[in-house]
Design a binder for this molecule. Structure first.
Ligand code: SF4
Length: 189
């Protein structure tokens, strides 16, 4: 079991952050400060919604209609060990469950042990810091400097859609809170 510090979660599923119906967690805390970041409230390294990999895995596994998990942030690789534990717990029951991870790090910089372990479990990593000036409104990444890297073959059949498709957004209303899910269409494409 590992502790997870989350900014938020979409537990019922969205189609706005990857193929199929996806559970999404936004982790809290990021070492970067990209101008135009769409989740500035997730950057501070402070405790927000504290939970465990065991609890999140149980919640995901209780929802058999969920196709995959997207991890965004904040910076997921600051919580690599707990995220690896989460994915392993899910795959013990659902071996083909797919995982997409957004990170501000470039893949070649994710060289510490826990990061490499998490990479070994990820199917797609979308890497690099967001660049507002390179936001072309296309695909499942915020700006064209970011790479959509397929680290397994679980999602390769969606490569074109993920690289060149239109962005989607979902809105989830929870009482007084409105949660915007997906990558905003900055330039109106
Ligand atoms: S890496 Fe992501 S969360 Fe961190 S500052 Fe950049 S856009 Fe925001």
């Amino acid at each position: 079991m590992g502790y997870l510090n989350l900014l938020n979660a979409c537990r019922t599923g969205t189609r706005a952050l990857g193929p199929g119906l996806r559970y999404v967690i936004w982790v809290q805390g990021c070492p970067f400060s990209c101008p135009g970041c769409i989740t500035p409230e997730g950057r501070e390294i402070e405790a927000k919604l504290m939970t465990t990999s065991e609890s999140v895995a149980e919640d995901i596994l209780s929802r058999p209609y969920i196709d995959g998990l997207t991890v965004s942030g904040g910076e997921p690789f600051l919580q690599s060990a707990s995220l690896s534990d989460l994915i392993r717990r899910i795959r013990t029951v659902r071996p083909n469950f797919n995982v997409i991870i957004f990170t501000g790090y470039r893949l070649e910089h994710l060289t510490w042990h826990d990061a490499e372990d998490l990479l070994s479990l990820a199917d797609v990593v979308i890497d690099g810091q967001y660049r507002e000036d390179l936001d072309d409104g296309i695909g499942l990444r915020g700006s064209s400097n970011q790479r959509i890297l397929f680290l397994s073959d679980r999602l390769t059949s969606y490569k074109d859609e993920m690289e060149k498709g239109c962005r989607r957004r979902d809105i989830e209303i929870r009482g007084a809170e409105t949660l915007f899910i997906g990558i905003p269409d900055k330039k109106g494409h």
